[in-house]
Design a binder for this molecule. Structure first.
Ligand code: GLN
Length: 304
C-alpha cells in the first residue's frame, strides 16, 4: 500500500472542507491557535512512517489524554475501576451533567469529562506526584522525553472550567471522588494540556495497535485483554454523541480532543493522528473526521 501517495491525496481533498467548523473558544487559550493548521502522521505495525502538513507541530491533546490515563489506571485498579465508571456510550456531550445525576454520580464511561475526573482522582490517590508520573508515562508511550505540559492552556481552562467544577462536585456528593475537588481539577487540566504533535500521538497510540507493546521499545505494558477493552471503549465512546457517526464513516477505534486532534488505530495495522483545530458542533475536528473517512475508504481499512 502506498500510504504516502494516499496521505498526499487525502490532504488535498480534505482541504476543500477547511472553511467549516469553529475553534474551541470555551478554553480561551485554544482560541489563539491558527485555525488553518493541518497535519497527518501514520505509523504502521511494521514500523514504517508517513506524514504530511503540520505533523510535527505540537498542539493541545485535550481529551485524547483520557485514553492514556485509562491505560495507566486500568492496570492499577483492574476490574474494580468499573465500579466507579461505566462502559456504555452516553449519547450526550462530553461535559453533560444531566445523566450523572440520574445515575448517582457514576459516569457512563471513562472518556466523558466526568469519567476522566474519576481516573484523575485514582491517580492522585495512588501517586505522590501524579503530574510527573503521568507526564513520564506519556513520554514513554511516545518515545519522546521532550513532551511537556502547556501551562498557559492548563491555567486558561482552570480559570473558566465551571462545568467541570459542577461535574466533580456532583460526583463528590455521591462519594465517587476521594480527593479534594480542586486538586483533582488541577491535575485533570494539566493532563488535558499536554502538548504533542501528530507524530508523537501516532507513536504513543501504537500501544493500542500493537497489542500493548510500546512503540520502538521491546516492552509490553498492557495485556492483550486490556488493549482489547480500551479499543472497544474508543470505538463506542471515543467521540461522545458522535461515536456512531465516527464508526459509520471511519470504522476504527479512535479518540478526539477539542484541540482538534484525532487519533485512530487499526489493531495490528497502524496508528494515525490528524490535527486540524476547527471543530464541528459535537467538538470533533471537521478535517480530522474527513481525513480518516477518506483514509479508511481509500485503503479499505475500516475494521468492519
Ligand atoms: N479539557 C477539556 C474539557 O474538560 C477536554 C474536552 C475535550 O477535549 N472533548 O472540557
Amino acid at each position: 500500500m502506498d500510504y504516502q501517495a494516499i496521505l498526499d491525496e487525502i490532504y488535498e481533498e480534505a482541504k476543500a472542507f477547511k472553511g467549516q467548523g469553529e475553534l474551541a473558544t470555551y478554553i480561551p487559550e485554544l482560541a489563539r491557535v491558527d485555525p488553518l493548521k493541518f497535519g497527518i502522521h501514520l505509523t504502521t505495525a511494521a514500523g514504517d512512517e508517513f506524514c504530511v502538513g503540520d505533523s510535527e507541530e505540537r498542539f493541545s491533546i485535550q481529551s485524547i489524554s483520557k485514553v492514556m490515563s485509562l491505560a495507566q489506571v486500568l492496570p492499577i485498579l483492574g476490574d474494580a475501576l468499573w465500579e466507579r465508571v461505566g462502559v456504555e456510550p452516553s449519547g450526550n456531550p462530553f461535559n453533560s451533567i444531566v445523566q450523572l445525576e440520574y445515575e448517582n454520580g457514576i459516569p457512563r464511561n471513562p472518556f466523558l469529562n466526568a469519567g476522566a475526573l474519576v481516573m484523575a482522582d485514582i491517580l492522585i490517590s495512588r501517586f505522590d506526584d501524579p503530574r510527573q508520573v503521568f507526564l513520564d508515562f506519556v513520554r514513554k508511550l511516545a518515545g519522546n522525553p521532550s513532551i511537556e505540559y502547556d501551562l498557559d492552556v492548563a491555567a486558561s481552562e482552570g480559570a473558566t472550567g465551571y462545568v467541570n467544577a459542577s461535574l466533580i462536585n456532583m460526583m463528590k456528593s455521591y462519594g465517587n471522588i476521594i480527593n479534594e475537588v480542586d486538586k483533582v481539577l488541577e491535575f485533570y487540566y494539566h493532563q488535558c494540556a499536554i502538548a504533542m504533535s501528530c507524530k508523537d500521538l501516532s507513536h504513543a497510540f501504537m500501544i493500542f495497535a500493537n497489542e500493548g507493546c510500546v512503540f520502538n521499545a521491546d516492552e509490553r505494558i498492557l495485556s492483550k485483554s486490556k488493549v482489547k477493552r480500551i479499543n472497544a471503549l474508543m470505538q463506542t465512546c471515543g467521540f461522545y454523541d458522535e461515536a456512531g457517526e465516527f464508526s459509520f464513516r471511519v470504522g476504527l477505534p479512535g479518540k478526539s480532543g477539542v484541540g482538534g486532534g484525532i487519533v485512530a488505530v487499526h489493531p495490528m495495522g497502524f496508528s494515525v493522528a490528524v490535527w486540524s483545530p476547527k471543530l464541528n458542533k459535537k467538538g470533533n475536528s471537521v478535517l480530522g473526521m474527513k481525513t480518516l473517512e477518506l483514509l479508511t475508504t481509500k485503503t479499505g481499512t475500516s475494521i468492519f
